[in-house]
Structure formats: C-alpha cells, structure tokens
Design a protein around this ligand. Structure first.
Ligand SMILES: [Zn+2]
Length: 490
C-alpha cells in the first residue's frame, strides 16, 4: 500500500520534503531548505553552526525528527536513536534550487541521490565554488568526527579525503558530465560516484519540465498507486512544451503532487520572450555601460542576455562563479567575457578559472576605458566592483524576482543607493518616495500561472491532488474540490 506524507513545504513556498513509502521501501521527493522558517531565526550573519551537525536544525524544527541523518553529523548530545528510523531507498531531486535540494546532504551517507545530469552538474558547481556549508554537501563531503575531547563539537580533519554519495542520473550522462563530476577543483580526482542501476524495487520515470533553472525534472513513481510529482514548473519559458508533455504523461498516475506557488495570483503572466524584447530595446538604445541583474543560476536568462549583448555589438561580462558553471554545463561561451575581480587570496576554483579562461578575462580598467563595449551580469552583491570600474552613467536593468521578504527589501534599498551613486538609469524597479516596487514585464516567474495550472490538472486528470509549495490551499479547494488532500494513505 502506498502512503505519502508531506513532512515540510505543505503551506510554504519551498522547503519541500515529501516521504513516500510502500512495502517497507521509502523515498524522499526533494529534501529542501525551508527559507521562511530559516529566515525566522537566521540571517546572513547568524547561521546554523556547521560544527554542531544536525543539532541546531533539529532544535529549530528545520529538519524532521527522524533517524535518517548522516552518522558523522550527530553530536553526542543528539539522541538520534530516540527518533523513529525510516527506510530511505533514495532521494529524488527535482532541481538545484536550495529550497528543493539544500538539505539532501544531511541524509544518511548510503542514500543515493536521483537527479538529472544537469541538476547534478549545477549542484557540483555550487559545492566546488561554495564555502564550507551543509546546504551544498550533497555530492561529496569530508566525514566529521568529535573535535578534541568534546564529542558535542564536530570537525573534519583538514587533510581528510572526500567521501562521495552515490548518485543515479536520470539519463546516461554525456562524457563531459562524467569528466566534470570526478574532478576536484584545483586538481585531484574522486572515485566515480554515479551509477545507472535503479536502486529501488519499483520503476520510476523522469521527465524534464520548464523552470527558471536548467535541469528541472518531474517524476512518476510506479508504486502500487502511481504518483506524479511536478517539482517546480512553468509554461512561459523557452521549454514550456516539456511541461505540457509531462501533463499528458501524468495521466497514467492516480495521485498528482503539484506545486502551487502562483495559485490564485491574478496578475498577468509575463513570458521569457516579453522580458527579452524589453531588455533588448534598452541595450540597443544604450550608449554607455549596461548592467543586467537577474537571479543566480538562471542560465536561460543569462543566455538571453548573452545574445542580446552580441546583437548589440557588446560582450556579456559574467562573474568567475558564473563561468565555472556555464563551462560545466556546456553553455556556448562565444561573446562572453569574465570579470577579473580584485581579490586577495584566490580559492582553487578561482585559480582554475583564471588560468583556463585567461584569454577572455577583463579587468575593471578595460571596462572603464570602453564601457559601451560590455553588458555586465551583476547583482547587488557585485556592486562593490563598480568602485573599481568607476564610470558614471549608463543603464541598470533589474530583471529578477520582486523582493518578497524584509531582508530582500533592505537589499533592494541599498541596491538603489548604488544605482544613484553611479548615476545609472534604472529599469525594472519603480522608486516612489520611500517605496520600491518591481515593475511588471522585466522578469518572468519560474512558476506556472493559475490558468495553466488548471489546464495542467485537467490534462493530468488525477484522482487525488496534493498541492505543495503554496500559500494558497484554499484556491486548490475551490478549483478542484474533494480531490484535494494533504497526504495519501498515511
Ligand atoms: Zn525552484
């Protein structure tokens, strides 16, 4: 008998952790970080202590209280055996946004991770270029142990070798993926950690869908009661057709677990194409520096700006982190340049990037000398670099998500100060008095519109609908009545 429990992410956008069990086998569908709950206690300067393993996360209710976590993350004062143990045969990851994959690395080391080759590649770039942080440890990590004589504090010896988690790509990886997965930044190799055999006693299918990050995948599990899970999806991007193809395939499932980020959102839907046209017009008219600000790892938008820049006779300048990921993903780098940030100590991956992309690195002084030759892919966190480029005037295109919490709003306020300081014309944000709002049309959401969501459900025609990733369950009730549930068979 199949049972489905949504352990987190039922009434929040993100933090999705869905547990499916049947005949003694269990799997997770996503194991993400709940930003809303996380943000209630933490900010940039106060974070979970890595040295306390799962202790802080359990205490704050950020991860479910079960005996399912890595042994080396259990400090002596967490009595993990008092929690119920759950069988976990695998964790299916839909895409590489942290609210879906951020805590997957906490799961027992023998739990294989199933994801698309693109998602695995993006997760590895985050690990390779990130600071030591448990939210990016899913693919490889150093085993921690009690530090000195205090068993409540966990540390990894500096010289320890990396341990890898088994991963199951949803399709055979290309040679470039395999090559990239085994390499450690700065040299060295890991043992091959991917395999293609199904680790589960039932069959499943992976279907690519459209979302604001490449590699997004929906799943169908052929459990006794077949389940379709959308992950995050939309129809208004370049790959919108994939989402509709999945809707048709999902007809063969009885239970549909569906994202509802925009349930009941009555605002008009903006497509990637409309965003492209608007941004293109600005770049074509511009005669000075142009800055394009869009979300991290939104590679579709990045490719759009690369092409807009090229057609306007400019080069898109990306950060060192961006080029590391673009290269790993096999994105066409023609017409792309890399910003040489004035850094002190260089991490290994930075040294790698600087030697491999020596021929396309640009110095801030080169940009100062000829600002109209470039479009800079920068966001708030890169504003410090404007002090080195030091030119006045130009255009700033805000093509990112509207601030939806206090922290983001404060960042936006500071961003506007930078824009004023450098006398840039602002597009995509409206400043009225003390209030700042995103202007519609400069950003396309990563999530399906309510109208298309209704159509999607009509095509998939499930017996049971479990909405997740939503603040508006009421809307689902109104639209789909009695079929809407919070779980199944549990
Ligand atoms: Zn997402």
């Amino acid at each position: 008998m199949t049972s489905i429990r949504v352990l987190d992410g039922l009434n929040t956008v993100g933090g999705t952790k869905i547990y499916v069990e049947e005949f003694g086998t269990g799997v997770f569908l996503d194991f993400g970080m709940n930003f809303e709950l996380h943000g209630r206690y933490y900010d940039e300067f106060l974070r979970e202590r890595v040295t306390r393993g799962v202790h802080d996360l359990l205490k704050l209710g950020l991860i479910p209280e079960f005996n399912i976590y890595r042994k080396d993350l259990i400090p002596a004062d967490v009595h993990i055996h008092e929690y119920q143990s759950l069988p976990v045969g695998a964790v299916f990851i839909t895409h590489a946004h942290l609210d879906h994959c951020g805590y997957a690395g906490l799961l027992r080391g023998d739990v294989p991770l199933i994801a698309s080759p693109t998602t695995l590649t993006i997760m590895k770039t985050m690990r390779d270029t990130g600071k030591s942080d448990i939210t990016i440890e899913a693919l490889y990590y150093k085993v921690r142990s009690a530090a000195g004589d205090n068993p409540r504090v966990l540390c990894a010896p500096k010289k320890a070798v990396f341990t890898t988690r088994a991963v199951v790509p949803t399709e055979p990886p290309a040679p470039c993926h395999k090559e990239f997965w085994k390499v450690l930044p700065g040299g060295g190799e890991m043992e091959e950690f991917w395999r293609l055999e199904n680790p589960l006693p039932f069959e499943w299918e992976a279907h690519p869908v459209d979302h604001s990050i490449y590699g997004a995948t929906a799943y169908i599990l052929w459990t006794e009661t077949p389940i379709a899970y959308t992950g995050d999806m939309r129809t208004q991007g370049k790959n919108g057709d994939l989402t509709w193809a999945f809707a048709k395939r999902a007809r063969s499932a009885s239970v549909l677990i569906v994202e509802g980020t925009r349930a009941g959102d009555e605002r008009e839907t903006v497509s990637e194409r409309e965003v492209e046209e608007r941004c293109r017009a600005v770049v074509e008219e511009a005669d000075g520096l142009v800055i394009a600000d869009f979300g991290a790892r939104n590679f579709e938008r990045l490719e759009t700006f690369r092409d807009i820049a090229a057609r306007a006779g400019r080069r898109l300048v990306v950060t060192e982190k961006d080029i590391y990921a673009m290269d790993a993903l096999g994105i066409d780098l023609r017409g792309v340049a890399v910003y040489r940030e004035l850094r002190g100590r260089e991490d290994r991956w930075v040294r790698d990037v600087r030697s491999r992309f020596r021929h396309i690195m640009v110095d801030p002084l080169e940009i100062r000398a000829n600002p109209s030759a470039y479009v800079l892919a920068f966001s708030y966190y890169d504003m410090k670099n404007l002090l080195d480029i030091d030119v006045r005037g130009g255009d700033y295109i805000y093509s990112a998500t509207e601030p939806f919490n206090e922290e983001m709003y404060l960042d936006i306020k500071k961003l506007v100060e930078w824009i004023r300081l450098f006398e840039l014309r602002l597009h995509g944000l409206v400043v009225e008095g003390g209030d700042i709002k995103a202007e519609r049309g400069w950003h396309a959401s990563g999530h399906i519109s309510p109208e298309d969501l209704v159509r999607f459900v009509e095509i998939a025609d499930p017996d049971v609908i479990i909405p997740v990733h939503t603040k508006n369950r009421e809307w689902f009730r109104e639209m789909f009545g009695e079929r809407v549930r919070e779980g199944f068979g549990a």
